[in-house]
Design a protein. Structure first.
Length: 293
């Protein structure tokens, strides 16, 4: 890096996804140059052309200033994310995925302004959050784990969710976290390898340490595009079994906190977007209204 103090470290695990990763890094070129962003790619034992691409890209003028990549070996997303957190040098760190593309030049400035303006906000999702509620019935299956009475996915309460960040209990990727939070509570717990409930556990640890957890629907606002949002298929039984195992671990740790805190009043924070962000928001609201007319 030629700049001494990046403002944001973007952590991107990748595995055998060269063409999509090219689009992802291409979308980060302008935002990284305009906002002192470092990109850290965790190359998880790829067998396609990813390594050659990263070698070439990191040798470019842009790559020498903004891109680092770290070879891993079948570590999976959680361990890769932790490796990126350990290597990151910015006060804010973002967990990103290789099929996500930045679409608005106002997105990164808004994120930086938001964390500066709201010191009690420790971690924020850019897609949607999760709220947990106590249910007396035991969790025996994957369907029990994701029962709407127990687990609710949310982007916040309309119409405030167009203009505010809203407090939630937990998050899904992508998200931004303060380094001070990680320094206090630690990284993602690798007991949750290979997948899911790791970031919920992290969110609860951060909240217990005194910060709050928020969400704002930046994909809906046009800040970025997630290719996976339109390509999700039916979940396999083996996947559900792994997620159930992790969900049971989460609930064994945090069910008492869910019971204690579920009825609390959840706060909001004002978005700190530039003028371009507000203009985009107004256009999106107008398009949504016309679509419902």
């Amino acid at each position: 890096m030629t700049f001494a103090s990046p403002a944001l470290s973007v952590i991107i695990p990748t595995f055998n996804n060269e063409a999509v990763l090219r689009r992802c890094l291409g979308s980060w070129r302008a935002p990284s140059m305009a906002n002192a962003v470092e990109i850290i790619v965790l190359e998880d034992g790829c067998r396609d052309g990813t390594r050659a691409f990263l070698e070439s890209e990191s040798a470019s003028a842009w790559g020498q200033e903004h891109l680092r990549w770290i070879p891993m070996n079948d570590a999976h997303e959680l361990r890769c994310t932790n490796a990126g957190i350990a290597a990151a040098s910015a006060p804010l760190m973002m967990a990103w995925q290789d099929d996500m593309f930045v679409r608005a030049d106002w997105l990164v400035p808004e994120l930086l302004r938001t964390f500066e303006a709201h010191p009690d906000l420790g971690l924020m999702s850019l897609s949607r959050g999760l709220d947990h509620y106590p249910v007396d019935e035991p969790i025996a299956t994957w369907d029990d784990l994701v029962d709407w009475r127990r687990l609710r996915s949310t982007i916040g309460v309309f119409p405030l969710n167009w203009f505010c960040i809203q407090e939630v209990d937990a998050v899904i990727r992508p998200w931004v976290v303060r380094r001070s939070c990680i320094d206090r509570v630690g990284s993602l717990d690798e007991a949750f390898v290979p997948t899911e409930w790791d970031e919920a556990d992290l969110a609860y640890r951060i909240r217990e340490a005194g910060w709050k957890i928020g969400t704002c629907g930046y994909e809906r606002l046009g800040g970025y595009e997630h290719l996976g949002s339109s390509t999700l298929g039916e979940l396999s039984d083996s996947y559900k079994a792994r997620v159930l195992k992790n969900g049971l671990l989460f609930h064994s740790r945090w069910s008492h906190v869910v019971s204690r805190d579920h009825a609390r009043r959840r706060r909001t924070w004002a978005r700190q977007t530039p003028v371009a962000g507000w203009m985009s928001t107004i256009k999106k609201i107008g398009a949504r209204s016309i679509g419902k007319a």
